[in-house]
Design a protein around this ligand. Structure first.
Ligand SMILES: Cc1cc2nc3c(=O)[nH]c(=O)nc-3n(C[C@H](O)[C@H](O)[C@H](O)COP(=O)(O)O)c2cc1C
Length: 189
């Protein structure tokens, strides 16, 4: 029997929760702040703390949705374009209660992959903190995020690596689909 505690339960219970499970209940600014403080507690080499976040709520979500739809329309070849996909792109934002643009700030003080790794640690912290507060969400990485730089007012040394959509939700707990740990480890004793 494995040991268990609140942290381990949160890690095992965290799931990707999508917009179709989000409810209308508002995510409070206080909870968003708690979630972001958890992200800000992530480990980081040379304390570069490369994670940056842009938080969209209310009218901000409408603007983000319109921008995603606009980028989709402009960057999708005519033969692949569909009006439905354009609308769905906007809906990802407008059906969420909060969207957080995840940005890496490359300092040049450590290799770029370390900044990316540290920011990913921050995202997992964010995800676990949200889950612990009963808030669901997921990290969304459509190709068009590479075109969000101007909209997000990013500097040349910054890159958006995703949008984290959040909302209260009515999804049931699910067991994670994972191949066995045994296939991924080797003991040397
Ligand atoms: C770097 C990264 C990028 C992801 N991008 C997407 C995405 O673009 N769309 C999506 O639906 N889920 C995305 N996810 C969420 C995964 O689909 C989800 O975590 C995975 O299916 C495992 O499910 P679980 O998180 O519930 O255990 C991403 C997750 C990570 C870590």
């Amino acid at each position: 029997m494995h040991k268990s505690n609140e942290v381990l339960k949160a890690i095992q219970g965290r799931r990707a929760v999508m917009q179709n499970s989000f409810t209308q209940e508002e995510v409070s600014k206080e909870d968003i702040q708690t979630i972001l403080e958890a992200a800000n507690a992530a480990p980081t080499h040379k304390r570069t703390q490369p994670w940056r976040f842009v938080i969209f709520r209310k009218g901000g979500l409408e603007r983000l949705g319109s921008e995603l739809a606009r980028i989709y329309k402009n960057s999708t070849p005519a033969e692949k374009y569909s009006e439905m996909a354009e609308q769905n792109m906007a809906k990802k934002a407008t059906m969420s209660n909060v969207a957080i643009a995840i940005v890496v700030n490359y300092t040049g003080d450590v290799p770029e992959w370390e900044e990316l790794a540290a920011t990913s640690c921050a995202v997992e912290n964010l995800w676990l903190a949200a889950h612990s507060l009963g808030i669901g969400g997921y990290w969304s990485t459509p190709g068009l995020i590479q075109h969000l730089g101007d909209f997000l007012k990013l500097e040349d040394s910054q890159k958006c690596i995703g949008l984290f959509y959040l909302g209260h939700h009515n999804s049931e707990p699910r067991t994670p689909a994972r191949s066995p740990l045994e296939d991924k480890i080797r003991w040397e004793e």
